[in-house]
Design a protein around this ligand. Structure first.
Ligand SMILES: Cc1cc2nc3c(=O)[nH]c(=O)nc-3n(C[C@H](O)[C@H](O)[C@H](O)COP(=O)(O)OP(=O)(O)OC[C@H]3O[C@@H](n4cnc5c(N)ncnc54)[C@H](O)[C@@H]3O)c2cc1C
Length: 238
């Protein structure tokens, strides 16, 4: 492995020593991608195709331990960081140019508790994947209107969706969130633990930490098919 030039939070580039990078990357369970690697372009591709950012390193996180390593590595070296959930944010914040992209999209675990009507889903899950698992039990919660949107960015931003008339926003249905804070600690935030962090995560976006998983309240809905009905406008009204 060679030394790498990488962007920092000051806007300057630094050259990171190959040994320092190797130590970080060999510990990552989910692996990593550099420019030119197979899969690099697919991993940096997001919903808004106009965004052409190229991170120096993409850390493909397989779980919370990888996220903690990435946060510590970035903090210790003052690196520019971006966090990718579902990649739907139109401004393209999920992909930084020249820095470290912490890619949560491989984190796909969804575990439904049908008796308790709750679910814990990891931060790389999209609403289509989430609904697939919860609908197996006729359960759902307020999620995005489009199935490819990530549960992470949408819920952290509040989250409008089909079921909000009955059950409120996505963030209103949050029971707890596991999040890695900037100092590299994994905290559980809920109404009874780290309450201030829980308050911030319910609408404050990605500003308070990197959410690794979300626990939601589910409701008996379906199994059903959702969607939008569009009627042809009658000529009489034109
Ligand atoms: C086609 C389309 C449909 C949409 N429909 C809806 C809708 O129905 N309802 C609605 O409310 N919004 C909707 N949105 C807006 C959408 O919720 C936001 O763009 C949201 O940020 C997308 O989340 P994501 O995880 O897919 O995106 P990303 O682009 O991956 O992330 C968005 C932001 O959140 C941060 N982030 C992502 N994951 C984490 C994490 N785990 N921890 C901390 N920060 C994180 C990222 O760094 C980035 O700044 C829609 C957007 C699009 C493009």
């Amino acid at each position: 492995m060679a030394n790498i030039e990488i962007a920092t939070t000051t806007g300057r580039q630094v050259v990171l020593n190959a040994d320092v990078i190797e130590q970080f990357l060999t510990g990552l369970r989910g692996g990593h991608l550099f420019q030119g690697d197979d899969g690099y372009d697919a991993a940096r591709k997001i919903y808004n195709a106009m965004i052409e950012h190229r991170p120096a390193i993409i850390a493909r996180c397989a779980g919370a331990a990888d996220v903690i390593s990435a946060v510590n590595f970035a903090r210790n070296n003052g690196l520019l960081v971006s966090v990718r959930g579902g990649g739907h944010n139109v401004s393209g914040n999920a992909v930084c140019d020249g820095g470290l992209m912490i890619d949560l999209s491989p984190m796909k675990s969804v575990r439904v508790d049908p008796q308790g009507k709750t679910v814990r889903a990891e931060a790389g899950v999209t609403w289509g994947e989430f609904d697939r698992e919860t609908q197996a039990f006729g359960l759902a919660t307020t999620g995005g209107l489009v199935s490819t949107t990530g549960i992470a960015g949408l819920t952290l931003g509040g989250g409008l969706g089909w079921l909000m008339g009955n059950y409120g926003l996505a963030c209103d249905n949050l029971i707890s969130v596991d999040a890695v804070t900037a100092d590299g600690r994994l905290l559980t935030a809920s109404k009874s633990q780290n309450e201030d962090l829980f308050w911030g995560l319910r609408g404050g976006g990605g500003n308070f930490g990197i959410a690794t998983s979300f626990e939601f309240q589910l409701h008996q809905v379906g199994p059903m098919v959702g969607g939008t009905l569009i009627h042809r406008l009658n000529k009489r009204f034109l």
